[in-house]
Write a protein that binds this ligand. Structure first.
Ligand SMILES: NC(=O)c1ccc[n+]([C@@H]2O[C@H](COP(=O)([O-])OP(=O)(O)OC[C@H]3O[C@@H](n4cnc5c(N)ncnc54)[C@H](O)[C@@H]3O)[C@@H](O)[C@H]2O)c1
Ligand SMILES: NC(=O)c1ccc[n+]([C@@H]2O[C@H](COP(=O)([O-])OP(=O)(O)OC[C@H]3O[C@@H](n4cnc5c(N)ncnc54)[C@H](O)[C@@H]3O)[C@@H](O)[C@H]2O)c1
Lengths: 203, 203
């Protein structure tokens, strides 16, 4: 069992390792990982324990092996399947993004707007929100992306959870209660702005 | 000068402290921060140095004071002003989100589509992309949010940087070179999905 805050850090390690691989590096030491992520060496060694002891004496860790191990831990060795609820502005932008769709196979979208139901948006069929339970059960989907207006989000989440969804990527500002065995991840794009703000002088 | 990876962590501290405040807590110890963020105590103490020594013997740190200090460090004591380029699906969703607009005052949007120019989207005036330099200089804007298609993103970024923009929140998959004094932050929503994926069993 890895604590959620560490899982978040493992995602940062993965993205750093993928960048190092692109730069042509093959090995990396825990010291270099610590420098790049500005963590103490002890913190990095503690985190590395989660992805197994794979260091070679003197050479450091093999980047390819660490990437493979991390993708296994995060269960993303192959793209996950998901559904998307609320094919509005944000939903459509996610459906349109080849970057996003590389990592996740969106098999169906759902909307309450009858003008959208029955069409395809960037190749993904749009169903009525009454069909959510049927499709989730028939296709055995475990992950849902929630991009509806905030007022309907808790009700929709209830339908998803009853149908067997275990993880919800919640883009709405509504707070959704998560029963045991279900993980709700609230995406807050303002964090990205706060990070950027540090590097820009005030007006 | 705080290293970028630590700035990212400071954002996580801020969000955690704001959640603790909402829960009614007034003080927090470095040990509790370490537990909540699953960091070693040494790592937290090292990070706390960046936001000044504010702990009271035996009581821990005053949450309100830490929040104030962090907002000062991140330069978000008051909402930052920004412009948005590319008022398409994603851009419109950001303009529509009260959550996002609380943290940043989007003073103008820009687009190449003549059907959008001259209108207002959720109250924000949309100008032609030829007006970017003029508006940035006249209003002294330092932050830009980039939600254009990837092919035009590098050219638009060049225009923004020449006009005096210092920080770009880049939602496009295009990679943008940052000259000295300019900070480009690439937003990658797939990281959010990778994080969620860990908590959901494979199909
Ligand atoms: N996390 C962030 O920083 C951030 C940024 C932007 C937007 N948002 C949020 O994302 C959500 C979507 O924003 P948007 O601009 O795309 O809104 P939108 O109005 O364009 O899209 C919402 C879609 O949901 C559909 N819908 C309404 N009721 C439904 C139901 N019962 N079942 C299924 N679909 C339903 C609508 O028909 C519409 O297509 C909002 O909650 C918004 O606050 C969050
Ligand atoms: N980071 C992620 O995970 C993620 C997720 C979704 C979308 N995206 C990216 O966000 C961007 C926007 O996606 P979208 O679905 O909103 O696309 P879109 O086509 O709906 O919107 C693009 C907008 O940019 C405008 N535009 C085109 N050329 C322009 C120019 N020269 N100057 C100003 N505006 C111009 C278009 O008229 C349109 O309004 C894309 O680059 C997409 O890949 C990234």
């Amino acid at each position: 069992r890895i604590p959620p805050a560490t899982v978040k850090r493992l995602c940062f390690y993965l993205h750093l390792l993928e960048r190092l691989k692109k730069e042509g590096k093959e090995y990396v030491s825990s010291k270099e990982l610590a420098e790049r992520l500005d963590l103490t060496d002890t913190q990095v060694r503690r985190d590395l324990v989660y992805f197994g002891k794979m260091g070679k004496r003197g050479m450091g860790y093999e980047i390819e092996k660490l990437i493979k191990e991390l993708r296994k831990i995060l269960k993303i060795e192959k793209p996950r399947r998901a559904i998307l609820i609320g094919a509005g502005n944000l939903g459509t932008a996610l459906l349109a993004s080849p970057f996003f769709r590389k990592r996740v196979e969106i098999v169906a979208a759902f909307d309450a707007d009858i003008n959208k139901v029955g069409r395809r948006i960037h190749g993904v069929p749009v169903y009525s929100d009454c069909e959510i339970s049927r499709v989730v059960r028939e296709m055995g989907i475990k992950i849902a992306i929630l991009t509806t207006p905030p007022d309907v989000a808790p009700d929709i989440a209830g339908i998803l959870i009853n149908a067997g969804i275990q993880g919800i990527l919640n883009f709405t500002p509504a707070s959704i209660k998560s029963p045991p065995g279900v993980f709700i991840h609230d995406v807050d794009l303002t964090m990205e702005l706060e990070y950027l703000s540090f590097f820009v002088e005030e007006e």
